[in-house]
Design a binder for this molecule. Structure first.
Ligand code: SF4
Length: 207
């Protein structure tokens, strides 16, 4: 992969969920839908259709294109809330998700990457964003702490390393994730896990 080619922000979530899933999608161009991905697509197409709106001091912009030259990222955020009573205006990125809040940081990393792009584009600090979960109708406020920022930078670096090396990692040990993964048929995690020769070949190519 060309190092100057930007990484899609949505790919960060794939990497955080499973580096092998990320590689199958973004390196090998494999894709398959399951119930979760179809529901996610429908939700996002509905969200993206909305027009910009002003309610008092709050402006809502939808399907906002964002990029970061420094991090080599680009993508689209579902919703940007702009509180115009502040100077400079207070920006809050909001990402819609089909499921429910998660213990793991997959969704938070994606949101934080959006904030990093916005900070660079608008030259201001963004302290928090929000994840809105369709299944539970729950809005989770996400503070962009130093730890979350660092974890996001680490995920961006890890994802780019896979693309640069051009090697698909071994299956994750989290078998629960495989059950919900739309790529389980292409990945065949149990076959690969039991085939020790795959690990042997990967060890050979490890730096
Ligand atoms: S099936 Fe499991 S190991 Fe394979 S890509 Fe999906 S989550 Fe990763």
């Amino acid at each position: 992969m060309d190092d100057s080619q930007p990484l899609a922000i949505s790919a960060i979530q794939h990497f955080a969920y499973c580096p092998r899933q990320f590689a199958l999608i973004h390196l090998e161009q494999a894709w398959a839908d399951n119930r979760y991905t179809v529901e996610g697509l429908l939700l996002h197409s509905r969200v993206d259709e909305g027009e910009p709106e002003q309610r008092g001091n709050l402006r809502y912009e939808r399907a906002v294109l964002i990029t970061s030259q420094q991090l080599g990222l680009n993508g689209k955020m579902d919703l940007l809330e702009i509180e115009t009573s502040y100077s400079p205006p207070k920006l809050t990125p909001v990402e819609y998700k089909r499921g429910k809040p998660k213990v793991q940081d997959w969704d938070r990393l994606q949101l934080c990457a959006q904030a990093l792009c916005l900070e660079e584009m608008r030259n201001l600090d963004i302290s928090a964003g929000a994840l809105w979960y369709w299944q539970t109708r729950h809005r989770e406020v996400v503070t962009f702490s130093d730890d979350l920022r660092q974890a996001t930078l680490d995920a961006i670096r890890g994802a780019k390393e896979i693309l640069l090396k051009g090697q698909t990692p071994a299956p994750t040990s989290h078998t629960k994730r495989c059950k919900a993964c739309s790529l389980v048929d292409q990945c065949q995690p149990e076959v690969v896990r039991s085939d020790r020769s795959t690990f042997y070949v990967q060890e050979l190519f490890k730096e």
